[in-house]
Design a protein. Sequence first.
Lengths: 122, 110
Amino acid sequence: QITLKESGPTLVKPTQTLTLTCTFSGFSLSTSGVGVGWIRQPPGKALDWLALIYWNDDKRYSPSLKTRVTITKDTSKNQVILTMANMDPADTATYFCTHRITYASGWTFDYWGQGTMVTVSS
Amino acid sequence: QSALTQPASVSGSPGQSITISCTGTSSDVGGYNYVSWYQQHPGKAPKLIIYEVSNRPSGVSNRFSGSKSGNTASLTISGLQAEDEADYHCTSYSTSSTLVFGGGTKLTVL
């Protein structure tokens, strides 16, 4: 059974760097085709894709955030880490960690973590 | 403003069918058969209900169906049930290796 869980601070100050960790089980990020993504959702607003990392360390970023976001993996710990620099109140959102579907093409996510709410405020 | 356009809200009575549209461009919806739909209940994580335009993951009711014509994808829910009341999000792969979402549609079951 695949599970993912996000962890990290619930409150960060403007200009600080956010670091979120996704700890997963039920699959390995060293298996061909596997990918883990991050998606966020501001309160009452739409979903917003941030980044995706593949088993072979190929990485993709949202064009609007690529200068601020970094995604890395620690295969031995079954973790994916997202860092976002220069946080702003507009980055207040629930951040979801997701598993990319492996039985189809495209960027579709079949398993999601419960999400972690991050508030940016001084 | 979201890259894909969805109606903010739709409604229907139990037993009826409704359709939610998702309009993009030839760079996303129209250019790839990689449209997905997610259902999200309040306070919960989204759940995948349609992938690659019209495929249903195992365990998803066949009351949910997807289609695409040109730059517009559609989600149809037949035999509406109270439990279908939720937000629905469309998404598509886009050029330059990106993923775009719609603004979400709130479905109300009357």
